[in-house]
Design a protein around this ligand. Structure first.
Ligand code: JCF
Length: 672
């Protein structure tokens, strides 16, 4: 065997390991995907020609050929503990007080703070720098050997990088599935008629529980390390926890980039606040924050209770997923007649609010999830997302549950219900005859991004519509203070405020007016594009299909909807009524005239702005000819970062995207 071939093979393996580390752990790719593939192919070629040179730490050996036929139990060298919980700031203040007392100190304690990953705890043992065994936490004393699955995870090194690692190194962390991977996986599972997972945690658990490593290899699990088990005495732990974790990172092991060192209860609270804010936009799910005393000799002094270390605590976020009873399924009729099944729930706290209704989307979803009336169901509310029913808890299904049946006539107007061709949507055919559709159209008309009439709430509109005082949007402008003051929960003063708001709304923009009409599938952006393109209501109303599809965002179906809408005598009458009531807007500005540093640029907004709302800022940028998008990529020209900007800012900086503060942006507009 030639020495040079072995040397060449080792060089390739080392290079691939390094590139893998840069990509998966540092999140900072050094080469393009094809360049990586090319090197990998070279490795495969040599190994194919010389199978005797294949070693278990080769990047080609992540996925074993044969499924296991059973799992093996493994007793942990050092038990795996869980954590005590804190549910509010007071609990954290208490925690620090206890720590200070036991350490006999008066000074504020330094803590490491890290997101608490919602996944599964794992122990990974390296011997002589090579991945030896990976085990689940199990009951903390014994777990199961899942080495075959952990090996497939690209972020887990088969061979530690660098030098100086101990002979035996056990690292501990959380295996999880990113939100993105989870969504892709479920979409694929559904498409193939396979089981969909309730949440990323279950998907990760289901994946680790597979005997065949090919499944884990396909599902892209992730790992962040947060601790250690046995470590041989040839390596000296650093002075603090945070530094120990960073040492792991330098050996090629993945650690959470969002962890920080904070001081005292105040520091813990500040970290909680900022992470809570970013929770929805984090790429992974978390159920709280873990704080650990940073100084490692203090860990010795503090020790353990029966089940958890005294030097650590988990501050829980409000649960985003809870179980409750599904009392009934009712039908809600939307603005365009779509029938949406809505779950009536036994009220329950989820994501920090009390929820008693949740969407079930459509009949297909109900059937796919097999949700039945009377079931115990999993309810989810993440960030600002509308609460939804994830699925039934089959193990707790009571006797006598019944299946939901889609009505054949509209519950609001008795008109026939039709199923839309090729879609999951059922629709009431009642149109504006249907009181439910009328109410939704009225609510849309006054909504914030439409005519923005504050004070005309949903309940008030329901009453006005039920009493036939308002049938169509133009009727709002005929309301007087007396009529409104007679409504439930209204007084003279609030009635006057509503009338004032209605009057104020008469001065608007063409884009808002178009949007408020509620033409099917004409949203805020399309309405603005129509207004900019045509410049006047008459031109839009008279436009032919061919002219309409020239407008950005407008396709065949939307164009058809627009033509049909303006052809209907009834709609023409309502529009005339609104114009007669005095609704007006300024003539549109000539868009071509505004040339600015933002013309033709792709801009992303993030963080909290001080001078403008997010939607006004977006409008302003668009008026300057910019395209405003939601996420940062290599195509982004500018990121405008308000206060508390988070991951978008980090990403922009790593991509070299120009970042502007709100003030810098304003200055550019004013001078440019
Ligand atoms: O992210 C987690 N779920 C997590 C769990 C983080 C930690 O730092 C932990 C943990 C469980 C036990 N630390 C311990 C000691």
């Amino acid at each position: 065997m030639s020495e040079t071939l072995i040397a060449q093979l080792n060089r390739l393996k080392n290079r691939l390991n390094e590139l893998n580390y840069a990509y998966y752990v540092l999140d900072n790719p050094l080469v393009s995907d094809p360049q990586y593939d090319e090197l990998y192919q070279q490795l495969l070629k040599i190994e194919a020609e010389h199978p005797e040179l294949i070693s278990s730490d080769s990047p080609s050996q992540r996925v074993g050929d044969q499924p296991l036929d059973h799992f093996t139990s493994v007793t942990h060298a050092v038990p795996m503990f869980s954590l005590d919980n804190a549910f509010n700031q007071d609990d954290l203040v208490d925690f620090q007080r206890r720590v200070k007392e036991r350490l006999n100190t008066e000074t504020e304690v330094e803590f490491s703070a890290e997101p608490k990953m919602d996944g599964l705890a794992i122990n990974i043992r390296y011997q002589q720098g090579k991945l030896f065994q990976a085990t689940t936490r199990g009951d903390g004393i014994t777990g199961e050997d899942v080495t075959h699955n952990i090996r497939t995870m690209p972020s887990v090194p088969l061979q530690l990088l660098g030098t100086g690692w101990p002979e035996v190194l056990e690292v501990r962390g959380e295996v999880f599935m990113s939100k993105q991977t989870f969504n892709n996986l479920n979409a694929k599972q559904a498409e193939q008629g396979e089981k969909v997972f309730a949440n990323p945690r279950n998907a990760a658990a289901g994946t680790l529980r597979q005997l065949d490593p090919k499944i884990a290899a396909k599902r892209k699990l992730s790992l962040y390390l947060y601790g250690w088990g046995e470590i041989s005495s040839d390596w000296q732990l650093p002075e603090n926890y945070y530094a120990a974790i960073q040492a792991f990172k330098n050996w090629g092991l993945p650690v959470n980039p969002d962890s920080e060192v904070v001081i005292g209860a105040g520091g813990m609270q500040a970290y909680y606040d900022q992470l809570q804010q970013r929770r929805a936009e984090l790429p992974y799910e978390i159920d709280g924050i873990v704080y650990k005393v940073n100084q490692l000799d203090s860990h010795q002094q503090l020790g353990f209770t029966a089940k958890a270390p005294r030097w650590a605590i988990a501050r829980k976020f409000p649960a985003e997923e809870v179980w409750t009873d599904l009392l009934d399924i009712e039908i809600q009729v939307g603005r365009t007649g779509a029938l949406t099944p809505v779950a009536r729930l036994e009220p329950v706290a989820v994501g920090g609010v009390i929820v008693s209704n949740a969407t079930l989307h459509n009949l297909d979803e109900i059937e796919r999830k097999d949700v039945r009336i009377g079931d115990k169901v999993i309810v989810r509310r993440a960030g600002d997302v509308i609460p939804e029913v994830v699925g039934p808890v089959i193990a707790q299904r009571p006797d006598g549950v019944r299946k939901f049946i889609m009505p054949t006539t509209c519950p609001a107007c008795d008109s026939e219900v039709v199923k839309e061709h090729d879609k999951a949507v059922y629709r009431c055919t009642g149109g504006l005859y249907c009181p439910a559709q009328r109410k939704r159209a009225l609510q849309h008309f006054v909504s914030r991004k439409a005519m923005d009439i504050v004070g005309l709430g949903d309940k008030l509109i329901e009453q006005l519509a039920d009493m036939d005082l308002v049938k169509h949007p133009d009727d709002f402008y005929k309301l007087d203070v007396e009529t409104l003051a007679n409504m439930q929960r209204m007084a003279q003063r609030s009635a006057q405020n509503v009338v004032d708001a209605i009057t104020d709304s008469k001065q608007t923009t063409l884009a808002r007016f178009i949007f408020s009409l509620g033409v099917p599938e004409v949203g805020e952006v399309t309405a603005r594009n129509l207004a900019n393109h045509f410049g006047s209501l008459e031109k839009i109303a008279q436009a032919q299909l061919e002219q309409l599809i020239e407008v950005p965002d407008v396709g065949d179906i939307v164009a058809e909807n627009i033509v049909t809408f303006f052809q209907q005598t009834h709609n023409q009458e309502v529009i005339q009524g609104l114009i007669d009531a005095g609704i007006h807007w300024p003539a549109p500005q000539q868009l071509e005239a505004v040339a600015s540093p933002f013309t033709g640029k792709v801009v992303v907004l993030t963080g909290t702005l001080q001078q403008l709302t997010r939607s006004d800022a977006k409008q302003k940028l668009e008026a300057l000819g910019a395209k405003v998008t939601g996420s940062v990529s290599a195509k982004t020209d500018f990121l405008i970062a308000g206060e508390k900007a988070g991951s978008k800012l980090t990403k922009a900086e790593s991509l070299g995207v120009q970042v502007l503060s709100e003030a810098e942006w304003m200055e550019m507009i004013n001078n440019g």
